[in-house]
Design a protein around this ligand. Structure first.
Ligand code: TRP
Length: 448
């Protein structure tokens, strides 16, 4: 339980650096490949409004709870609970589940990362292959069949991620995010301007923001709660870890507010861009890898200036994947180095572990005989175990610890000087967020 005394704890150069790094973790594939789809399927306008409510009532309280735990304890996602309770605490199990989740997520994220790299490369050098359905189909197959090539891309993705984290919290993670997140915003604005010139733009806006009550169901509401929680990368201890590098006088509430606003704007903009492209070509909407690697490439080949747009789009996806995976690595690295391991040793052992695990994920999606465990491919098993089991449980415990265990001084008094804000945040943190997360967890475990 001892904190390592070798080096003083890193501190972000400024609040902007922290904000960009946290936004880099939050803005991810979920914003691009999931949000537009679930919004479209659940009737647009009402879903968006309800989603915004979930962002304020569920995502924001959990995010503030995690950052606060990190900032106050100045420790990693596991040890933070013991520091705050001033004794060995069983709450650290929540942090351990978070650390385990980061390792599982990283392992399959690397596979997706390799697909993204491959499509970025193809949009530059093999764009003519996007022109036909067969061409795109073939590209996707080739990527999984050209085993060594795609494993090579996977290694590049892993090494790039670890390389950034190895450079350190400020010189690596902060610098990367301060560069890539403004770059990502520029690309989004460019794509938004471009899509406003396409024929499907107004139809897309209407579809996303018009109020269609019939399509908005109880299932959609749960989907909104679950996604709001997932989109801010809650429940893995990233915000605890990043929060532990925050200066003790930094004001958490406005910072967290800005991060969720950036995340929400990126999701809404992605929705407009993707629906515009889909509607302009009268194509069918899809989600996940199918949207990014099958539907969109075909459409890029049809629209004017498509190659440039394709390159920009895959660059955008590359940025979001890299900034998210960097945040994932920092959680176990901070844990191991606080335990007394040197950062170098922590990084090397994690690098070996992730390379091996991600190799199994890779085998499970590309080998002729997919590697399965409990009836699922290793890739799906890691995905489901983390997103359906570990994330909701630890997110739930983080917010309970923050709300019910931290008493003197009261975090609510410290965080929310305005009495009415404090009253609202007390209700959302103590009642709304934990019950909403519990509902989603039950639904995920029992019904999907
Ligand atoms: N927030 C990411 C997204 O919106 C997904 C995500 C969830 C994530 N948990 C994470 C990313 C942990 C990195 C680390 O796509």
């Amino acid at each position: 339980m001892k904190e390592s005394m070798n080096t003083p704890r890193a501190v972000w150069n400024n609040q902007f650096g922290f904000m960009m790094s946290a936004a880099g973790s939050a803005v991810g594939l979920g914003n691009i490949w999931k949000f537009p789809y679930i919004t479209g399927m659940n009737g647009g306008g009402f879903f968006v409004l309800f989603y915004l409510l979930c962002i304020v009532c569920v995502a924001l309280p959990v995010m503030i709870a995690e950052i606060y735990i990190g900032q106050k304890s100045r420790s990693n996602a596991v040890n933070a609970f013991c520091v705050l309770e001033k004794r060995p605490s069983s709450w650290k199990i929540a942090g351990m589940m978070g650390v385990l989740a980061t390792i599982l997520i990283l392992s399959f994220y690397a596979v997706v990362g390799s697909w993204i790299f491959y499509f970025l490369q193809q949009s530059i050098f093999g764009f003519e292959r996007f022109a036909t359905r067969e061409g795109v189909q073939h590209l996707f197959l080739e990527m999984t069949e050209l085993a060594w090539v795609s494993f090579g891309y996977q290694l590049v993705f892993i090494l790039a991620t670890f390389g950034v984290v190895a450079a350190g919290v400020t010189a690596g993670i902060e610098r990367l995010n301060k560069t890539l997140i403004p770059g990502l915003v520029c690309i989004i604005v460019l794509l938004l301007l471009y899509s406003s010139q396409l024929s499907g733009f107004s139809q897309a806006c209407k579809f996303l923001f018009a109020f269609n009550m019939e399509a908005f169901t109880a299932g959609g509401m749960l989907e909104a709660v679950g996604h709001s929680f997932f989109t801010v990368s809650a429940g893995v201890g990233i915000m605890i870890t990043y929060g532990s590098y925050l200066r003790s006088d930094a004001k958490i509430a406005p910072i967290a507010g800005t991060i969720v606003i950036v995340d929400t704007l990126v999701a809404l903009a992605s929705g407009v861009i993707i629906f515009t492209i889909v509607f302009s070509e009268q194509a069918a909407m899809s989600e996940g890898p199918v949207l990014i690697f099958k539907t969109l490439p075909l459409l890029f080949a049809q629209i004017p200036g498509g190659q440039f747009i394709a390159v920009m789009f895959f660059l955008l996806v590359t940025f979001t994947a890299l900034t998210s995976s960097v945040s994932l690595v920092e959680v176990p690295v901070a844990y191991l180095s606080d335990k007394g391991m040197s950062r170098k040793a922590a990084l090397s052992s994690l690098l070996c572990c992730i390379t091996c695990l991600s190799f199994f994920c890779f085998l499970s999606v590309s080998a002729a005989e997919p590697l399965t465990l409990f009836g699922l491919t290793v890739f799906d098993l890691f995905d489901q175990l983390s997103s359906k089991v570990l994330l909701p449980i630890s997110g739930f415990l983080f917010v309970l610890f923050f709300g019910y265990k931290l008493k003197s001084p009261s975090p609510f008094v410290e965080l929310y000087p305005a009495v009415w804000v404090r009253a609202i945040m007390k209700v959302t943190t103590l009642v709304v967020a934990p019950s909403a997360i519990a509902l989603v967890a039950v639904k995920l475990l029992l019904f999907s």
